[in-house]
Design a protein around this ligand. Structure first.
Ligand code: NAG
Ligand code: NAG
Ligand code: NAG
Ligand code: NAG
Ligand code: NAG
Ligand code: NAG
Ligand code: NAG
Ligand code: NAG
Length: 788
């Protein structure tokens, strides 16, 4: 039913098999987050429900947050008002005497001045088609390759096709209704029935429908949204309830609504020179001009340009697994409900992999914030954990799958976020709390540079969050070898974090072994405040290694700094200490317990996604210890039962070449933690468990990363090593994926590799593209496939 022109574009963008989520009924307005299919262009998010006759599209705008300077002029990013670093020697003294000091409250910011805020939904686009309610032949689908959402049905003897997408190029979302008969009256509106203090203002005029509101009276963040009908017909009128009505003319069969939104948040105003205000201009004029431009375009030109733009990113990579059960022809909700980890379904396993890439393209584009805990998608005014940026695994995990699948270049929002919102206030925090150079932040950040430490050390005392993110920074350079980016963006961040840790790694005066340790430290969300948490020792070692490895390309001429880095790295207390039951210790003191199934795998960060442990992969003592630690941590059920903890486990087992456990846990994660629309959610209660909100996008992105870890192991070669760069293809490909293949897997140093495997999952064919350096590519048995 789409015009022939559109169909042509759609089909030529499609691969062998459609990669789609689809359903035979509308989404559930009572459970939007687990049933609607998401669209996004980085800044704007949309969840069309596909309701017949009275449709709703839930709308999001990436920057719409309460809190921060939009809540109180006293907001200071969670910092203490004056230096507190004089408390540090006393805190450390107790640690040297007793191993532990759980009272580090002197370093906390004052909760009365947090004003942390949270991400908020914006409102709804409502679309009514008069007289349409009963329907047959319903189909709702999201095409991951084109970024197009459709809802098709028959009603009153006519066929309807509703096509929705959010385009990066025009910075709007578009909603097209098409029928094979003249359209009935159509009325559109913008709705916010959630806010009351103050309520939002809905109006309608020549520029369409308009919704304007504020997160709170007076200084709250202002948002502004408009929807207009393309080539608005003269007969269109505003209704008494601020809707825009387009009466039937008995001829027209197609109508398109475009939608735009903005806020007065300005990420570039997070500096001292801007008084950390984050306040930008009133969004109304920009929203109006965006909508005016878009409403003069044709739907098909916007559609075609969008499909091309989206597909150019999506098709950077492909994974093709078999579909032995012909699952492509089964509605997605049925597949998800029937999915059983005892059996599995390669089609679903492939679909969720593609979905992780799709969602990233939808929530991370130039000019947007990086994806938050829910990407950009929420229907709520108060999403769980503020839908913020948790930097003790979640933000990092959101980006684990990007570089290898050709999405590395659209991670600009992450670097901008660090530089614009984190560095300025975090530099103050480093000085106030530690008298240290560089910058620091803790477990969680908002969009207003909340870099202070909250008041529960067990989870809030996590100053290594930026060090962990430096893995993502290094990967950007290592896969792209973009020296300009490294010199101007990556290396300056890396150097700041190295400087911070040169200052903060202190002599271990408990063991008196001449090594340097982090103190006070908490392993993320686990255990006591102590010293030498191995997670920190591993990460800081890697930061130093990146400085050394990237030194020549950095253009830095200060060799004194380089020497300091090398010397400090050589004195670090090791990140690998093998403990009393053969485990990798989580702390310098061997408190680990073999039945501790804590959700985080913090002491294995150097195994996956890092490499400070992995570089010893040839040493069985080390890999056995990784195995023991992983075995002890269980399958990610007992503690919180989240998706992200399961997929992290999968990646770790895959890198041990343990196909059975990796694949079992991957299937188990799907069974336990993914909703009917593919979003990763929590499970509640006990067996048989119930899927339930909150939605957390980390396990969508992390799922794709876990599958990648089953397909390839490609670790950095440490700066001091003379080993040849060796890539293992298919460390954990199960026989169930027989007949599968991968196209354009990016590898470190640039270029990519295509490969496929035999019926046992053993890679037997590999082709290298555009890689200029020496490399050895082997299968899981060590057989050399390529050596150059
Ligand atoms: C900067 O912010 C502080 C604290 O919020 C406020 O007292 C001061 O008036 C602001 N200064 C300017 C120039 O806006
Ligand atoms: C959007 O629509 C949903 C479903 O009807 C409703 O629950 C929600 O409150 C609406 N959101 C706003 C901001 O009005
Ligand atoms: C909504 O309208 C009221 C009454 O005109 C006005 O006082 C208020 O500022 C408006 N809200 C916004 C966010 O513009
Ligand atoms: C060079 O690095 C050293 C060690 O980090 C530092 O003390 C010194 O100030 C730096 N010199 C210059 C010119 O920046
Ligand atoms: C293997 O690792 C263990 C534990 O770190 C270490 O003690 C041992 O020396 C390593 N083996 C070799 C051959 O380096
Ligand atoms: C690793 O642990 C798993 C499960 O605990 C076990 O089945 C497997 O044999 C171990 N592998 C090695 C190499 O020790
Ligand atoms: C996961 O662990 C739980 C709790 O230890 C156990 O009941 C369940 O059988 C395990 N499932 C899988 C797939 O390993
Ligand atoms: C996985 O297999 C590769 C290739 O045979 C081998 O080099 C590597 O050491 C293995 N990893 C582990 C943890 O055994």
């Amino acid at each position: 039913m789409l015009p022939a022109r559109l169909i042509a574009v759609a089909t030529c963008a499609l691969g062998v098999r459609a990669r789609k989520l689809w359903a035979t009924e509308p989404a559930d307005a009572g459970n939007i987050i687990m049933t609607a299919y998401p669209l996004g262009n980085g800044k704007l998010g949309a969840m069309p429900l596909g309701l017949v006759g009275e449709d709703i599209v839930v709308l999001n705008e990436h920057s719409l947050w309460s809190g921060g300077p939009f809540q109180s002029p006293d907001y200071i990013g969670g910092n203490p008002p004056a230096p507190v670093y004089t408390a540090l020697p006393g805190i450390r003294e107790t640690i040297w005497e007793t191993q532990i000091n759980n009272d580090i409250s002197a370093l906390y910011g004052d909760p009365a001045y947090y004003y942390y805020g949270n991400y908020e939904t914006l409102g709804n686009l409502t679309v009514k088609i008069a007289g349409v309610n009963k329907y047959t032949s319903y189909n709702r689908a999201l095409d991951l390759e084109t970024g197009i959402h459709t809802a098709e049905f028959k009603s009153n003897g006519a066929k309807f096709a509703i096509t929705t997408f959010c385009t990066f190029l025009d910075q709007v979302c578009a909603y097209n209704i098409q029928s094979n008969k003249p359209l009935p009256d159509v009325t559109i509106g913008l709705q916010d029935s959630l806010r009351s203090n103050p309520s939002s203002n809905a109006t309608c005029d020549a520029n369409g429908v308009h919704l304007r509101g504020q997160t709170q009276e007076d200084i709250g963040m202002i948002f502004d949204a408009r929807a207009q009908v393309i080539n608005r017909p003269k007969r269109a009128t505003c209704t008494s309830s601020h809707g825009l009505s387009v009466p039937s003319d008995g001829r027209t069969t197609s109508l398109t609504v475009v939608y735009a939104a903005g806020t007065n948040y300005d990420q570039k105003k997070g500096t001292k020179a801007s008084n950390y205000s984050f306040k930008g201009v009133d969004p109304a004029p920009a929203v109006l001009s965006t909508i005016e431009k878009a409403s003069k375009k044709s739907f098909s030109s916007m559609y075609n340009a969008h499909v091309k733009d989206h597909n150019a990113l999506f098709s950077q990579f492909s994974l093709d697994l078999p579909d032995p059960e012909k699952s492509a022809s089964v509605p997605t909700a049925t597949l998800m409900e029937n999915y059983d980890y005892d059996i599995g379904d390669p089609f679903v396993e492939n679909l969720l992999f593609d979905y992780g890439r799709y969602l990233f393209i939808g929530s991370c584009r130039d000019g947007s914030l990086p994806p938050n805990l829910q990407g950009i998608w929420t229907e709520s005014l108060t999403p769980a954990w503020s839908a913020d940026y948790h930097v003790d695994v979640n933000v990092q995990m959101n980006h684990w799958h990007t570089e290898q699948t050709g999405l590395g270049e659209i991670q600009g929002p992450l670097w901008d976020f660090i530089i614009d919102t984190w560095v300025p206030r975090g530099t103050e925090t480093a000085a106030l709390l530690y008298d240290a150079p560089g910058f620091v932040g803790f477990s969680n950040l908002n969009t207003f540079g909340f870099t202070g430490q909250m008041n529960a050390a067990v989870w809030s005392n996590y100053p290594a969050s930026a060090a962990w993110l430096m893995q993502n920074v290094w990967n950007r350079y290592d896969y792209s070898r973009d020296t300009h980016w490294w010199k101007t963006v990556g290396y300056p961040l890396m150097k700041s974090i190295a400087e911070y840790w040169i200052h903060e790694m202190v002599p271990d005066l408990y063991s008196n072994d001449g090594t340097l340790v982090a103190a006070p430290c908490n392993s993320p969300e686990h255990g006591w405040t102590t010293f030498g948490c191995t997670h920190y020792q591993q990460l800081v070692w890697e930061v130093f290694d990146h400085v050394i490895e990237g030194w020549e390309a950095s253009g830095d001429k200060n060799t004194t700094f380089l020497e300091t880095v090398k010397e400090t790295q050589s004195r670090l207390s090791p990140g690998i200490i093998i403990g009393w039951f053969g485990q990798i210790q989580e702390w310098k003191i061997g408190w680990d317990q073999p039945n501790d199934e804590h959700r985080h795998l913090s002491h294995l960060v150097g195994w996956y996604p890092g490499y400070s442990i992995g570089t010893h992969m040839w040493n069985k003592t080390v890999t056995d210890a990784v195995n023991v630690s992983l075995t002890a941590r269980g399958n990610g059920t007992t503690d919180s039962n989240t998706g992200w903890e399961k997929v992290w486990r999968v990646a770790c087992w895959a890198q041990l070449n343990n196909t059975d456990i990796a694949y079992t846990y991957l299937k188990y994660a799907i069974d336990m933690n993914y909703a009917n629309n593919g979003f990763s959610v929590y499970t509640t209660g006990s067996w048989p468990y119930e899927l339930a909100a909150p939605f957390q996008i980390d396990a969508n992105f992390g799922y794709s990363a876990a599958v990648l870890a089953m397909l390839i192991t490609d670790l950095p070669v440490p700066s001091a090593s003379k080993a040849i760069h060796t890539v293992i293809l298919g460390p954990a490909i199960p026989p169930e994926w027989k007949g599968g293949s991968v196209r354009d897997m990016r590898i470190r140093g640039g270029g990519s590799v295509d490969f496929s495997w035999d019926s046992n999952g053993l890679v037997n064919k590999a082709t290298l593209h555009n890689h200029k350096e020496a490399i050895k590519i082997v299968d899981v048995n060590g057989k050399v496939l390529i050596h150059q």
